[in-house]
Each structure stands twice: as structure tokens, then as C-alpha cells.
Design a protein around this ligand. Structure first.
Ligand code: ZN
Length: 288
């Protein structure tokens, strides 16, 4: 297992972590000033600054993308809705390619309309069919663009509104069905916040192997967790045995960035952005 204690060579910052403090251009500059070599930005943050400006700034600072957030949200209750989702995913693939991202992260979606508070049906099996079909169609396009797709299984508490793929096993079943040759075009994003509790985690990480492990997202699970979405903890402040799971991921062949992704409306989003990045560096060395 790699030694992270001496430096932060393998730290990446998911830019949602300081989204409340800074726009993306400032985030890139602040990361560069601290020797952080990779980020994973969100589409709305990129759009706010401008895709070409972001690409230029990445080139001039030498910062690379450990991933791009995000595609997905495939389920819809009409054919037009499903087509809209595919069109949007193609744009996401194109943006990710322009920014030379390591992968496009997919948050696959749940029941159509649920995220807006108005679920249009109760058929989660139908939603999962939409997800499978949506990934299959997007995969074809992503292959031609040379952009790997990383399915991110989300904690089951999000099954209704954000993602109806909730375990690493389920995500890998999709990978095996749609990319049986393990080509590297389709894999998973392992986010500890979503999967730490899974009794099959170790065996599924081993099953994923190097070809399927495209991204590794870290934060911590606080006890108590006061908000389902926006109360993620800084590494070391909760109950996830992060080094143990990183050991499993690396034993399976993953050798990429450890991406810090913290949504924290009551704590880290209220602090100075520089303080947050400095804490990410320190905890990356001590607690990842
Ligand atoms: Zn994540």
C-alpha cells in the first residue's frame, strides 16, 4: 500500500468540497498554490466559469482531473425524457473529454421526478431498466470519445431520488453485462460514504480489479449524521476505517488519486476555503 504520510502526491480535491467558498477558477488556483495535482469538478461549476477557460487554466497549472461530475440521471417516464437524458450525457462526455478527465462519474438516477419532489411512478425495476439502457447507449458514445464511464453506487438512502444502483455488487453486475470484455471503458467509482457499510465490500473490490476501479472518493461517516446529503465528515472525524479500505482497493490494483469529496453545509462549507484545503492535505497524510 502506498505511503501517503510524507506528501500529498495522490490527493485530489472534488471541488464540491469548497463549492460554497469559491468559483472553480479560484479553486484551481488555490489547489495549484498548495501543490495539489488533481481535482474533480462539477458541471455547473465548469459552466459558471466557461469550459474553455477551465481547460486553459488546467493546462497552465498542470492540474489534472481524477474525474468529472457528473453524468447519469437516466430514468424518465417518457421516451422524450429518456432521450433528453442521453443527449445530456453525450454533452457530459464531450466536456469530460475536453478537460481530459480520467473518467465521467455516473450518478445513475432513481425514480423519475423524485429528485424534484414529485415521483412519477413507483416502479424501481423500471428505473433500473432505464439505467441499464442509458448506460449502454452512453457507453457506445463514450467509447468513441475515449472517455471511461464510472458508475458510482450510492448509499441505499438515495435509491428513490438519486441512484437506484446502491451496492458495488450491483454496479459491477452492470459492468459485466455491458462490458464483459473488461475493456476499461466502463467501471466504478468507489465512494466510501456510500459503500463503507457493505458486508460484501472487500470481495466486490477484489472482483472489480484494476480494470474496473476508476475512482476512489474519500470522506468520513459522522455519528450522528445530521443530514443525509450535506453532513459528510472530514477523514479521521468519523467511523470509516479508511486506510483498511484503501488497502483493499490498492491490493486490487488501483493506483490513482484519493479524491476528497465533502458536502458539509453546517461545518466545512462555513469555513475559510484555504483552511478546508489545508485540512484535506493534513488528513490525507494522517487518516487516508
Ligand atoms: Zn463520490
Amino acid at each position: 500500500m502506498r505511503d501517503f504520510s510524507a506528501n500529498h502526491r495522490w490527493l485530489s480535491i472534488n471541488t464540491a468540497t469548497v463549492r460554497a467558498q469559491w468559483p472553480l477558477d479560484r479553486i484551481i488556483d488555490e489547489c495549484a498554490a498548495r501543490g495539489i495535482r488533481a481535482i474533480s469538478p462539477w458541471r455547473d461549476q465548469v459552466a459558471a466559469v466557461g469550459l474553455d477557460d477551465v481547460a486553459k487554466r488546467l493546462r497552465s497549472t498542470g492540474i489534472e482531473l481524477s474525474g468529472y461530475c457528473r453524468g447519469g440521471m437516466f430514468p424518465a417516464s417518457t421516451a422524450e425524457g429518456r432521450q433528453r437524458a442521453l443527449d445530456d450525457n453525450r454533452r457530459a462526455v464531450d466536456e469530460a473529454a475536453t478537460l481530459n478527465a480520467a473518467c465521467l462519474v455516473l450518478v445513475v438516477g432513481g425514480l423519475p421526478g423524485a429528485l424534484a419532489g414529485a415521483p412519477e411512478h413507483r416502479d424501481i425495476a423500471a428505473a433500473r431498466t432505464d439505467v441499464r439502457d442509458g448506460i449502454a447507449a452512453t457507453l457506445e458514445y463514450a467509447r468513441s470519445a475515449g472517455m471511461p464511464l464510472a458508475i458510482e453506487p450510492l448509499h441505499p438512502m438515495y435509491a428513490a431520488d438519486r441512484a437506484c444502483v446502491n451496492t458495488l455488487e450491483h454496479a459491477l453486475d452492470l459492468c459485466d453485462a455491458l462490458d464483459p470484455e473488461r475493456s476499461g471503458a466502463l467501471g466504478v467509482a468507489v465512494d466510501l460514504y456510500h459503500v463503507w457499510w457493505d458486508p460484501k465490500l472487500q470481495e466486490q473490490i477484489a472482483r472489480a480489479g484494476k480494470e474496473r476501479l476508476l475512482a476512489f472518493h474519500v470522506c468520513d461517516w459522522l455519528v450522528p449524521t445530521r443530514d443525509m446529503l450535506n453532513d459528510r465528515g472530514m477523514m479521521g472525524d468519523g467511523i470509516i476505517d479508511i486506510p483498511r479500505i484503501r488497502g483493499w482497493v490498492e491490493a486490487a490494483g488501483f493506483a490513482g488519486y484519493s479524491e476528497v469529496e465533502i458536502f458539509s453545509s453546517e461545518n466545512w462549507w462555513r469555513r475559510d476555503g484555504g483552511e478546508v484545503l489545508d485540512a484535506c492535505i493534513e488528513r490525507h497524510r494522517s487518516s487516508v
